[in-house]
Design a protein around this ligand. Structure first.
Ligand SMILES: [Fe+2]
Length: 303
């Protein structure tokens, strides 16, 4: 019971049509619904109604991040736990956050992000039959990741955010980058037994570093870089190897300046595994293992 995995991100974009064209044709997501100021999309292998919501706004950034709850009872249990810790929790009925939305607990985390814990989002299927399915539907375009993977957020107090997600929401810390004085510069947390479902890095409260989409292998990651270059999408970093999470990643920007990643590799982790620690001196290798250094530009939210 509890949180299963990352469910969705709601991303601000100043040009809804341009952003929709990018996420549909370059990233290769599938549009499932639309309102005057919001567009709902999903990755092709996801069964739920949406994993990305584009919201018209004057600038870029993250409106909300959602996690999927396994059981309806989790809504009550987590609501009690959060309110017991002094967190103001809003409980929203299914459908009230837009088409396909499930019953939701919404609150503001100490990191300054709006968090939505959702149960019962509408299921729309993954474009494949449940009997004798082929491995992938025909006609997909762009990068077409099969699913959303993780979200990387920024905040001033990474220790506080990491401990909030660990102690109140039941996440487990997989990795951390510790400053020489002992405080966390970054924290990686999981619920899905992967290397991370969410991570925090030092930066402004409420800031959005990137959303990561899963790809099945390194070849797909190189093809994603080809597709970005073909479409004139500016590549920020990679394809390269991460030290932390042991994955491979490619970073690029949507037309609004929101950073995207496609990610593969990593590892599986049991709940009783001790966290891996990276020292401040090795932070460069933790983030980009081959380069061994991080451009200051990568540590900001800006394109
Ligand atoms: Fe990432």
């Amino acid at each position: 019971m509890g949180i299963l995995r990352l469910s969705h991100v709601e991303i601000r974009v100043p040009d809804l049509e341009l952003a929709t064209a990018y996420y549909a044709e370059v990233v290769g997501l599938i549009e499932t619904d639309r309102e005057p100021e919001r567009v709902f999309l999903k990755c092709w292998d996801e069964h739920q109604h949406h994993s990305v919501i584009l919201r018209y706004a004057p600038t870029y950034g993250l409106e909300a991040v959602g996690f999927k709850l396994q059981d309806r009872e989790d809504l009550d249990a987590l609501s009690v736990r959060l309110e017991g810790a002094g967190v103001a929790v809003e409980r929203l009925a299914a459908g009230s956050l837009g088409p396909g939305s499930g019953e939701t607990l919404r609150f503001r985390s100490p990191s300054g992000h709006t968090i939505e814990l959702v149960h019962g989002m509408q299921q729309v299927g993954n474009l494949l039959p449940l009997t004798n399915p082929p491995p992938e539907p025909l006609g997909l375009v762009g990068i077409h990741p099969p699913r959303i993977d993780h979200v990387f957020l920024m905040c001033e107090d990474v220790d506080g955010a990491t401990e909030f997600f660990r102690d109140l929401l039941g996440f487990r810390v997989t990795e951390q980058i510790l400053a020489d004085d002992g405080h966390r510069l970054a924290g990686f947390l999981e619920r899905s037994h992967t290397a991370h479902d969410v991570a925090f890095m030092t930066g402004p409260d409420g800031a959005f570093h990137h959303v990561g989409f899963w790809l099945d292998d390194w070849t797909s990651l190189r093809q994603a870089a080809d597709i970005c270059s073909f479409h004139g999408v500016r590549i920020d970093a990679g394809p390269t190897r991460h030290g932390a999470t042991r994955g491979w990643g490619l970073y690029f920007f949507d037309p609004a300046g929101n950073r995207n990643e496609v990610y593969t590799g990593g590892y599986w982790v049991d709940p009783d595994r001790e966290p891996i620690t990276w020292t401040e001196a090795e932070m460069g290798h933790a983030i980009f293992y081959y380069e061994g250094a991080v451009d200051q530009r990568f540590l900001t939210v800006h394109s």
